[in-house]
Write a protein that binds this ligand. Structure first.
Ligand code: 5GP
Length: 192
């Protein structure tokens, strides 16, 4: 998506450790008009699917997913990072290693809000190694829900998570795929 790539070129900051900072429009201050354009793009791209639920993971996916939910006209569910145990079996739980913090946390979704009737579009801000999305797919599988696809704002293609999912036959629709980025020069290139 040209608009998003342009914005990343203009406002993205490449940090050490293969981290791209987009705090100016996505992860801190948020450009809701841009989010709306992104949501419209996914709506077009997934127009052949009957999506009835958006699933994301807290915290940074929630804002984008909220706008996507508004554009699709469907509820938005977010997996919570939880410290409490699933004592009464009322939640689906997956383990997710955080790319930014490197710790593993349990992410949970209540069994009340996802089930076999759901056709889910998973949304997240970034894809690196794909661990967050894999956790969300696992939760959908446990619930018997259908994953129609995955919508990612910024995929870092060189970290392989997106392509590994595509090889599994999962439809991954990333609006910008960063092919390379350099913390010293600040140069960012995109997959054509
Ligand atoms: P993955 O699970 O695919 O390895 O990493 C994806 C998650 O880590 C996303 O939910 C996102 O919050 C965070 N993340 C990964 N790489 C970056 C990055 O370069 N910049 C930012 N802002 N977040 C990232």
């Amino acid at each position: 998506m040209e608009l998003l790539e342009e914005r990343i070129r203009k406002d993205g900051v490449v940090k050490e450790g293969n981290v791209l900072k987009v705090d100016n429009f996505l992860n801190h201050q948020m450009d809701i008009e841009l989010f709306r354009e992104m949501a419209q793009q996914w709506k077009e791209d997934f127009s052949d699917c009957s999506i009835n639920k958006i699933l994301t993971i807290e915290a940074s996916g929630i804002a984008i997913a909220a706008i996507v939910g508004a554009v699709f006209g469907v509820p938005v569910l977010f997996a919570k990072k939880s410290k409490s145990l699933n004592i009464d079996g009322s939640v689906y739980c997956a383990k997710v290693e955080s790319f930014t913090h490197k710790n593993v946390s349990d992410v949970i979704v209540s069994k009340k809000y996802i089930g076999p009737e759901d056709h889910v579009l998973i949304i997240d801000d970034f894809m690196a190694n794909g661990k967050a999305v894999k956790g969300l797919i696992e939760i959908c599988e446990m619930a018997g829900a259908t994953v129609e696809g995955v919508g990612i704002a910024v995929e870092k293609g060189f970290q392989g998570g997106g392509d590994a999912l595509r090889e599994r036959g999962i439809r991954v629709d990333s609006l910008a795929i960063v092919e390379s980025m350099d913390a010293e020069t600040g140069e960012i290139t995109f997959r054509a």
